[in-house]
Design a protein around this ligand. Structure first.
Ligand code: GLY
Length: 267
């Protein structure tokens, strides 16, 4: 449908299907995008359109940053996680066996088009993974949004379209405010990595794709809250509140068995 629409508008369109899943987010697949572009003789005036989830968006954006030293790109995210987080803010890249998202570039998309109709076919597990990043915005400094999520979590899990649209809108607005202040993550943007240091270690240790990114971030946020509680920075009630909202989104709150040295090395 996207291809037909672009054809109708007079664009020369070629499509290329990337495999989905963190285990495929690597240089070999970005290289295959370059091969497609070169074989089809696209010049610097082309634009790459990422139609898919976060993995597709990250690889397409990175390819756009590198192809002929940079071409335009557009994001059409089809998962909740991509709509609320990865498609916005210009972080693109791939995983390395030694660490997640270690190779990449900041490349802002010209457009992010989040169509709620895309979410109708999303598996429940993927929806929950996206909710992890929605909860993140509430936990990192928006207690009013946290109260809204507590009031509406059941409806969100049941995929109420109006509630999902509101959650996407509020999440993107939150992220846009932070990225506008600190695009290259010299300070405030690091807030958006809440739970990710723990989460990336889980993903990397278990092998990319074993846990979904959002699932690892969910457990990572519980671990971060646990640590904050141990350090005396947040109350027991806030720790319990964090666990409860994450659990209600059908997300894991317990870290899998990982030897401490391995965990620290991945962190
Ligand atoms: N997902 C974290 C960030 O975009 O900075």
């Amino acid at each position: 449908q996207v291809e037909n629409t672009l054809n109708t508008l007079g664009y020369q369109v070629a499509s290329y299907i990337l495999p989905d899943g963190e285990q495929f987010k690597n240089m070999a697949h970005v290289e295959s995008i370059f091969t497609q572009l070169l074989e089809k003789r696209f010049n610097r005036d082309c634009a790459l359109v990422a139609l898919g989830g976060g993995v597709v968006g990250d690889m397409t954006g990175f390819a756009a940053a590198c192809y002929q030293r940079g071409v335009s790109f557009l994001q059409i995210p089809t998962t909740l996680l991509a709509q609320v987080d990865s498609s916005v803010g210009g972080k693109t890249g791939v995983n390395h066996p030694l660490g997640k998202n270690m190779i990449g570039a900041f490349q802002q998309p010209q457009v992010v088009l989040a169509d709620m109709a895309q979410l109708k076919t999303l598996p429940e597990r993927e929806l929950s993974a996206g909710l992890a990043e929605v909860i993140k915005y509430a936990l990192l400094g928006d207690v009013e949004f946290l109260a809204w999520l507590e009031a509406h979590m059941d409806g969100l899990v049941q995929q109420d379209p109006a509630l999902l649209a509101e959650a996407v809108y509020r999440s993107c607005a939150h992220k846009a405010r932070i990225v506008a202040n600190d695009e290259k993550e010299q300070g405030e943007r690091a807030l958006l990595n809440l739970g990710h240091t723990f989460g990336h270690a889980i993903e990397s240790y278990l092998g990319y794709g074993e846990w979904l990114h959002g699932e690892a971030v969910a457990t990572g946020m519980v671990m971060a809250a646990d640590l904050s509680h141990l350090m005396g920075w947040i109350s027991e009630q806030d720790l319990e509140r964090t666990k409860k909202i994450i659990h209600r989104a059908n997300l894991p709150i317990k870290c899998p068995q990982i030897p401490l040295d391995d965990f620290l090395a991945y962190m």
